[in-house]
Design a protein around this ligand. Sequence first.
Ligand code: C2E
Ligand code: CA
Ligand code: CA
Length: 851
Amino acid sequence: MATDERRPPVLRRSPWPFRILLWVVLGTGVVSLATGAVAASGTGAPAAWRLILAAGLFALGDVCVLRLRFGHNSHSFSWSETAMVVGLVLVPGPWLRVVAPLAVAAAHAAARRPPLKIAFNAMSIATEAVLAAAVLAAVAPAGEPVTSPRLWAGLAAASLSLFVWGGVTVSAAVAFSQCLPLRQVYAKGLPVTALVWAGNTALGLLLVGLSGAPASLVAVPLVVLMLHLAYRTYLGAMNERDTWELLETASGELLRADARVVAGVVLDRVPALFRAEYVELLVTDGEAGEHAAVYRRDGHAVEEERGDAMTVAQATWLGALRRREIYQLVRAHAPGDEAADLAARGLEACAVAPLLSPRGCVGVLRIGFRGEVLLGERELQVLTTFANHLGSALHNTSLIEELRAQALRDPLTGLPNRSLMLDRLSQALKRMHRRPGGVAVLFCDVDRFKVVNDSLGHPAGDELLVAVARRLEQTVRVGDTATRFGGDEFVVVCEDIGDDGQAADVAGRLSACLAEPFRLRGDDIYVTVSIGVAVSDDPTEDPAALVRDADAAMYEAKAKGRSCCVVFDDPMRERAVARLEVENDLRRAIERGELRVHYQPNVSIDGLRVVGAEALVRWERPGRGLVSPLEFIALAEETGLIVPLGRFVLDEACRQLSAWLADGLVDDSFVVSVNLSAHQLRGPGVLEDVHQALRASGLDSRQLCIEVTESALVDQGGSSDTIRSIHAMGVRIAIDDFGTGYSALSYLHMLPVEILKIDRSFVGRLGLDPRDRALITGVIDLAHGLGLKVVAEGVERADQLGDLASMACDIAQGFYFAKPQAATAMQTLLRQEAGLGLRPTVDLREVAVQA
Ligand code: C2E
Ligand code: CA
Ligand code: CA
């Protein structure tokens, strides 16, 4: 019989008709075997050689199979009809029903097949033996000689019955298990199974006929070999035809469809074409691969994903771009990334085909296998052809355009993004060749957007951005473009602008359109924007430079108190250039070690002892001398350079204090204070920086104090957590410049603050305005009530110190004692103080004047 391979049936997950069929086959087989055994025990046993020969034929016939694959299915053609025809002559029916299943079971067991498969195959042959024996008995009476035509006719009829029965059961098994129409499956297999059946039966009859003249049996192996070769060639050709037919159909289907349909065709057809268990189609908008759509099929599961090509299919995409032609990978020998990807998908091997089109590589087709499958030369050729068709099919679809468009839009607001804005801007600039009027760039930044985000949450923040985008879009004139630059920044590009004043009018309209409150989750949110405007009438202007000017103007608007518009002008350009220069130099200053840390002593007011020092950064700028932090800290914060700068000061201050400790200049009650800006507090690495500075210096964390301004604490929602974590390490926290910011004492007890530094502007007015005195007294009392120590900054005169002493202020810092000074000078001061050994009566004022 020609059979489909009797696959190991997976009972629990198979459809119910398949399970019924399976039980029917197993049931009839068991009955046939049992009744055969009973009947055989009643009849005389045939000669042992007959039994052995029949058993051998059945075993070989079922296990030495010709394995071929058609499309998605694997077919194995056995020699079982030959075995049956000969077996019917060799042993009587009842014995056949016992011998055949046992031989088949033994053969499959020896080939280590799964138990269910062994049972299924053995029971199928048992059923077939009953059927064949009955048909033979009906046509030819027992005892006919081997040369009798009647016997031959009987044998042929028996074999035919197997053909019909086997064809139906096997087709049904395939159809039921894969939910395909039975008739289609049966019809599809028919030509091949009929051919194999005819060959096998003829061979069986030949063997029977020749057994009359045993000498001629020597020719049998030759006949078998020839038949085998004939089958192979024929079936191979059929298979080939199937593949190309499928390829042609698929390629045809690819041509007429949109991208999603193309993807559908690929996912449907490719597994059948290559017997692959996994298919992945990645389509991108170009070789930069910014946006990609990925379609996958793993067994029956299909999924679609969109995103950045570098994240959705990084290893495959990069691999395809690197190699640019079809390649195959086996997990065990694949490069790291690709091996990891295969492992994650449960694959052992894959073949990857880049999809080339006139545009370059537009995607990748990957097919994967659960086993270590390598495609042969012919299959690679098929894959290449298919990939070429696919590449040009995709080229013709709109998906690539769609992905391109996506790459140019901001996904949240749908407005053009930065790259599309720059594109539009450069076109507008070019149009000025033909048209009078300038181009204006309006850089709009939503004021205090962070407050909305922090207080109402990010989803509400997003909602607000979308609403702002809609209003801007509705307000701009036709032909002008509202775009989202990023975060809470929007850029509007306007053409036909006569002068700066006209541009400022547009800015006014934009501000006005946002003036109406936004209704957000039950709250009315008022939005203002700071707008920077840059106008150009030079067609050769660099678009990016124009945007940068508008951005700089926007910063000025923020600095002017927000909610206003500033037009970029020449003085601003000069400042911007200078700023850029400082920024570049500062960046290098950190690397070149041009930063210095100076120390200003903190003096206890009751004992006039140096109890600590504040570390203050200086920049030794070549050719410019020692530059004050006032000139570069703000810039360092804007550019993020404050992070490495702050790390340097922190490390250096801790290192210096532990050196002084080692030299015996100070004791373990001495505290060094380091300033931390809001930007640093917001950054992710500050905890690690503090930790690292302490670890490297071996300093006790209680000897370090971190100074933060009130505004840094109030402005940022998350920074209070950072403050708590720093305090949890044992580090002291000081509020700097108290009185200049929010002066909200309410939150002081919510944070682990230990020290309060009164801003020098208050101290400076002591003795001038009695109200300041009252205010400072109040602050000191309140701070003491909360258990905080108070430091007065900017003490310049003896009378101020006297006042502060009378108000029970704890510590003073100021030029009256010492200016911030280099570590060496500070060392001298400390040595003198320690050497005098007269604490607490020493008058530090003298020491300070000398230093
Ligand atoms: P600050 O934290 O308030 O530092 C005290 C400032 O007051 C210092 O200015 C100091 O020289 C000055 N000062 C001290 N005593 C007197 C006085 O009696 N009279 C007057 N008129 N001024 C006095 P400096 O060193 O120029 O630092 C300015 C600001 O720069 C600091 O203000 C601080 O906010 C920032 N800064 C300095 N170093 C760093 C640093 O390493 N990191 C960070 N984030 N900021 C720093
Ligand atoms: Ca400070
Ligand atoms: Ca201060």
